[in-house]
Design a protein around this ligand. Structure first.
Ligand SMILES: *[C@@H]1O[C@H](CO)[C@@H](O)[C@H](O)[C@H]1NC(C)=O
Ligand SMILES: *[C@@H]1O[C@H](CO)[C@@H](O)[C@H](O)[C@H]1NC(C)=O
Ligand SMILES: *[C@@H]1O[C@H](CO)[C@@H](O)[C@H](O)[C@H]1NC(C)=O
Length: 194
């Protein structure tokens, strides 16, 4: 903790706490003594929190990615969420929470199926603190394109109908030829020619 005596003449009584720890949180009082009406006291509450999410891509295929967010040693207890690039909360697995002393360890996994920029957000309402970490996911899913699907569907349909017509024509032709054969016995003709 450092203080700045040279600032006192300016009416500035400040302290600076570096490398803050959870133990530093609480109520601080600044006292201006010896005024005519007695001491003047100022109170301030220092909130100290820690909640820095770290994110990893655990596993990935062409159409999904399993993301993990870990918030270590947070205090007070944070709520942890996965958000998409529109800041909408996305469904996640149940968070795994453990506690050591005053500190909380939270792990939250989510299975995403869209290319996007995802945020893991740790919120500590009590101290008005929010921290987030981003991760980009690029999947190889073709964009859902209904137009393309309709074209493909129609093409397959046309192909099936065409195949039907063709095989029907073929069978009819074959039957005709077989009937023709009995009327004009081509095979016997060729035999006699031999
Ligand atoms: C008081 O002094 C501290 C330390 O030098 C400085 O950081 C701060 O800005 C000062 N505050 C004002 C109101 O001048
Ligand atoms: C999402 O929230 C962050 C701050 O948390 C903000 O900077 C960003 O603009 C927001 N994005 C959208 C799409 O609302
Ligand atoms: C993620 O979701 C996809 C489709 O919803 C599923 O096929 C896949 O098995 C899931 N992956 C994991 C690791 O749960």
């Amino acid at each position: 903790v450092s203080h700045f005596p040279e600032e006192l003449k300016n009416g500035n009584a400040s302290i600076k706490i570096t490398d803050t720890r959870l133990e530093d949180k609480g109520n601080y009082t600044c006292i201006f003594p010896n005024t005519q009406s007695g001491d003047i006291r100022f109170h301030i509450e220092l909130a100290v929190g820690a909640a820095e999410p770290s994110v990893t891509n655990l596993d990935e295929t062409n159409d999904w990615a399993l993301l993990k967010c870990v918030v270590k040693g947070a205090s007070p207890k944070p709520t942890v969420e996965w958000w998409d690039s529109n800041n909408q909360t996305i469904p996640s697995e149940e968070p795994q929470v453990s506690k050591k002393g005053e500190r909380f360890y939270v792990t939250l996994k989510t299975n995403v199926t869209k290319t996007d920029r995802y945020h893991c957000v740790a919120t500590q309402k009590e101290i008005w603190h929010q921290a987030h970490t981003e991760i980009n996911v690029r999947l190889n899913v073709p964009e859902p394109n209904t137009g393309w699907k309709i074209v493909a569907g129609v093409a397959v349909g046309v192909a099936v109908v065409l195949a039907g017509i063709l095989s029907w024509c073929y069978i009819k032709n074959k039957k005709k030829r077989q009937q023709g054969e009995t009327e004009i016995p081509l095979s016997r003709e060729t035999e006699t020619q031999r």
